[in-house]
Design a protein around this ligand. Structure first.
Ligand code: BG6
Length: 476
């Protein structure tokens, strides 16, 4: 039966990732992660991935917003907004500082015990991503990241350690954050944060092999997780960005379809336990992903996910003028402006209808429950003299998206578990390393140079979202 509003028990909340807010990069025995070797960039200035932590460089994730020291205050603010859930990640390097240890680091495990207990005290359900752009740097240096099959075992040890330790505190899990970003295989940030890969001679081949190992690792984690607690809900997590054809020219339509296929395959494998035909044929033609065993095939089938978690920020539009479906080098080369859409200050298109479209696409494709685990607008906020922060642009963005979500749920029959807008408290931007690209309902006094008191304050959007949750989305 189609619901007439958001279902009871709908998981309203907010989302963050450990490396973007915790700071305390060396506390409690934490090791160095890939996020710790990324410098601050800016809009149009990529972050540099340095060869280890180098003196004199600005690494904004080292201090984040010191959630490690402020989590009690921050969780109290989430509770004040009425959060039903809180999505964060477990920093792999707090649990296994180098990644290849056999025994976990107790101080790291204890931090998340305390954090989850704090959430549960307020009736806030933790929603946990296992790998959110923060693989141990040691695994990159010593093993070549997920380019090496051995890393599956290290990941599995990390995953099962977390499942066992938090089995009574955490029900909702995701195995890899935005695993499909690496479809952009010539982008150093994407392949490093997803797979711990450095750019080399054949980035496309390297990506397909590493992503295969990750999908096997994910399937093994699902299988082990279910043994530990059969009630676990373990999901995929993709960056859902629909690619639209620029015109009704069939060449544009075929190109858009091809680009979407080359992104969807990650969640296809997660959900179906097998590769889609087009990608399978392509891999065979190119001789990619040569290490695919009969056992992998079985594991993929046995470890399919329970739901599809996804982020949604924008859509993209492509034209075959810049590369046809059979000679696609990089999807980025085919992207053109969409004249129907406005863009954010960081050039991201704003497309609320694209979210309803996506909810329908994903439902038709997977027949699984969906969970919007990121959505939001990165914008510059102005603090007034009296300390207030007026952010109508953020409310406008979220409201328009939620209106479309509501239609998907009430008119289209989409089975949606929850909604956790990104960066519910201001955090370090993943893409640029900036603090000034803010998504939060809660402002944090810190600037791009790392200066500020770290004081937290409520933006206007805080009170708007509080009312959305209070009315279970009846008032947007
Ligand atoms: C997603 C990531 O890509 O988008 C987050 O899962 C990230 O980690 C978010 O922060 C927003 O991107 P950005 O680059 O504006 O921080």
């Amino acid at each position: 039966m189609v619901a007439n509003s958001f279902p009871e028990g709908f998981l309203w909340g907010g989302a963050v990732a450990a490396h973007q807010l915790e700071g305390a990069w060396q506390s409690g025995g934490k090791g160095v992660s890939v996020a710790d070797v990324m410098t601050a960039g800016a809009h149009g200035v990529p972050r540099e991935i340095t060869d280890g932590v180098l003196p004199g460089k600005n690494y904004p994730n080292h201090d984040g917003i010191d959630f490690y020291g402020h989590y009690k205050e921050d969780v109290a603010l989430f509770a004040e907004m009425g959060f039903k859930c809180f999505r964060t990640s477990i920093a792999w390097t707090r649990i296994f500082p180098n990644g290849d240890e056999t025994e976990p680091n107790e101080a790291g495990l204890k931090f998340y015990d305390d954090l989850f207990d704090e959430c549960l005290e307020y009736g806030i359900e933790p929603v946990v991503t296992l790998a959110h752009f923060e693989m141990p740097w040691h695994l990159v240096e010593e093993y070549g990241g997920f380019g090496n099959r051995k890393v599956i075992d290290f990941y599995l040890n990390f995953a099962t350690t977390c499942f066992k330790r938090y089995q009574d505190k955490v029900k909702y899990w995701m195995t890899f954050n935005e695993i499909d970003n690496q479809a952009d295989f010539n982008n150093d940030f994407a392949v490093m944060t997803n797979s711990g890969l450095k750019l080399g001679d054949n980035n496309e081949a390297a990506m397909y092999q590493a992503a295969h190992y990750e999908l096997v690792a994910s399937a093994l984690a699902v299988k082990e997780g279910k043994k530990i607690n059969p009630d676990f809900m373990i999901g995929a997590m993709i960056n859902y960005t629909p690619f639209y054809p620029a015109t009704s020219d069939p060449a544009d339509i075929l190109l858009a379809q091809r680009i979407n296929q080359r992104r969807f395959w990650f969640s296809d494998v997660h959900a179906w336990g097998e590769y889609p035909k087009e990608v399978e044929a392509y891999l065979e033609r190119k001789g990619f992903r040569s290490d695919f065993t009969a056992e992998d095939q079985v594991v993929l089938k046995e470890g399919t996910v329970d739901y599809i978690g996804f982020s949604y920020y924008q859509s993209m539009t492509v034209s075959a003028k810049n590369g046809d479906a059979d000679h696609l080098i990089s999807p980025a080369d085919a992207v053109v402006d969409n004249p129907y859409l406005e863009t954010s200050d960081w050039g991201w298109s704003v497309d609320p209808i694209g979210l309803r479209y996506g909810l329908n696409e994903l439902t038709d494709r997977y027949h699984l429950p969906l969970f919007i685990v990121e959505n939001g607008l990165g914008a510059v906020d102005q603090v007034e003299e009296d300390g207030s922060i007026h952010d109508p642009y953020r409310v406008d963005y979220l409201r328009k998206h939620l209106e479309e979500v509501k239609k998907a749920v009430t008119l289209d029959g989409v089975d949606l578990m929850g909604y956790t807008p990104w960066g519910c408290i201001d955090v370090v931007s993943a893409g640029t390393g900036q603090m000034s690209k803010r998504y939060g309902f809660i402002y944090v006094d810190k600037d791009d140079e790392g200066k500020g008191t770290l004081a937290r304050s409520r933006k206007d959007s805080f009170f708007w979202y509080q009312n959305v949750i209070k009315t279970n989305g009846a008032e947007l």
